[in-house]
Design a protein around this ligand. Sequence first.
Ligand code: ADP
Length: 241
Amino acid sequence: MGITLSGISKKFDAFTALGNIDLEVRPGEFLALLGPSGSGKTTLLRIIAGLEFADSGTVAFDGQDVSHLPVADRQVGFVFQQYALFKHMTVADNVAFGLNVKKRRDRPSRQEIQARVAELLDLVQLGALGGRYPAQLSGGQRQRVALARALAVGPRILLLDEPFGALDAKVRKDLRRWLRELHDRMGLTSIFVTHDQEEALELADRVVVMDHGRIEQIAEPHDVYAQPASAFVYDFVGESN
Ligand code: ADP
């Protein structure tokens, strides 16, 4: 599903968090939003999800204006840095939560939910762990539960906000490769927020470099690396040479 952002602006009091953002995300694309802390990445993601509304501009999915739709009507999956799992619920119940929040009229039966949860846990390779509680899982496993919950609504768009930020380097590397495979297999359109240049350059089809609420560069990873338009990326390329 394609995503079109046209003239998106957002202020918090007098502070401009996003200034007139235009962006076309292609169907099936894996896009990284890269930039320093405070550059507006999370705000942009929240506006695409419907968790926040822009002051001006429009968000369209496959050409349909969704700017005024609330999050529940946009059918997007959302994964946060800190998992945001319910501690008192089992893994299976956490995943089922994604199904239960569906609108009443198309809410599935209990049996359907159980079958779907089993399917989702298999998909994220946690089939045997449905009865555990989040505290009994590793960080990488918790993030896969969060992903299964996000996928429960059958989204065609997946939005990920620094999803591996809390994990150590090895787990992070394995998980991002696996996520990329999942994205390809499910035909998703994904936007991935990160301030980790290596992650963005390795994972994404294209990288959007943001700074001060504006887009500094949109390019394929090797072009961002070869010709960094932003001091933020330039520092990184300089460092690794
Ligand atoms: P990033 O994800 O790139 O770190 P954010 O989108 O979180 O950046 O934030 C962009 C700027 O907007 C930051 O300066 C932040 O402090 C500010 N901001 C974000 N959300 C709010 C809010 N709800 N109220 C006030 N300021 C906010």
